[in-house]
Design a protein. Structure first.
Length: 279
């Protein structure tokens, strides 16, 4: 019997990652033999950890915070969506020994919004919080759904302005600091910052959401994140964490590596049960 193919998620920290849970269930569903682990790469050690993993026979890596932009520098080839995002969350070993980089975050988010939650983005005002690798990965796919406008808000307004300028050719987008978002409520508010991982609440005016708004945190946890709690406390009755996005983007990575697209619905359900048992 041949040894299983090796995959992993790499980031810092990474102990909380549910990617092993998800990919092991995908593999079981389609009858593939894989081993999927976690690699916690300390700052300054990311590139070496990636090289060591593939040198030891690894087939693919998922890249999570804070290394999605750093991963761009390690690949010989980028897919168009990864090149446009300037961020990579999926690394694959090619036959010639070089690495290819892709970004499945945007596809994961839009599938979760549109198919799992039934959210219509076309013609809606969207507020995207954050201007780092996570925001970059989802911006172009979001704009492809034709919102009326997207506002990128970030703690550093300069980074938000820079990101908005880079994507201005794709639609109506502007950048600003958290304090300059404006008074009108948004239809869709997406948190792409890492604030929820530390329980931090972003300095946003309560007026950016109201009852009709849909608030989505790309982070997730055993209980509601700080952003989801913030939204509900301000009257937003529809809010969600990024569990569905996590599973959907993982399914796209699995397809890139294994050539088959697993059914995400049973894995989403299993993950919700797993988290509820741990809460």
């Amino acid at each position: 019997m041949s040894a299983p193919d090796h995959y992993a998620v790499i980031g810092h920290p990474v102990d909380h990652s549910r990617s092993p849970f998800i990919h092991e269930r995908f593999a079981r569903q389609v009858g593939h033999d894989i081993d999927y682990g976690r690699i916690d790469a300390a700052p300054g050690d990311f590139a070496r950890a990636v090289r060591d993993f593939f040198a030891a026979g690894g087939k693919g890596l998922n890249v999570t915070l804070p290394y999605k932009q750093a991963a761009v520098r390690l690949v010989a080839d980028l897919t168009p969506r990864a090149a446009r995002a300037g961020a990579v969350n999926t690394l694959s070993l090619r036959d010639d020994g070089t690495l290819a980089g892709d970004n499945t975050d945007g596809l994961g988010l839009t599938r979760d919004l549109v198919y799992n939650f039934g959210i219509a983005v076309a013609g809606r005002r969207v507020l995207l919080l954050g201007a780092g690798g996570a925001a970059r990965g989802v911006l172009m796919p979001l704009m492809g759904l034709q919102p009326s406008e997207i506002t990128i808000a970030n703690r550093s307004s300069a980074r938000a302005l820079e990101l908005a300028a880079e994507f201005r050719d794709a639609g109506a987008v502007r950048g600003c600091g958290f304090g300059d978002v404006g008074d009108r409520p948004y239809d869709i508010v997406i948190n792409a910052t890492a604030a929820s991982l530390s329980g931090e609440t972003l300095p946003l005016a309560a007026s950016v959401v109201e009852a009709h708004s849909f608030c989505y945190d790309m982070a997730y946890g055993k209980e509601d994140t700080a952003f989801v709690r913030w939204a509900r406390e301000r009257g937003c009755v529809r809010s969600a964490m990024g569990l569905g996005m996590l599973v959907e983007q993982a399914a796209e990575s699995f397809f890139i590596w294994r050539g088959i697209r697993p059914d995400t619905a049973p894995v989403r359900a299993a993950l919700k049960v797993e988290l509820s048992l741990e809460a």
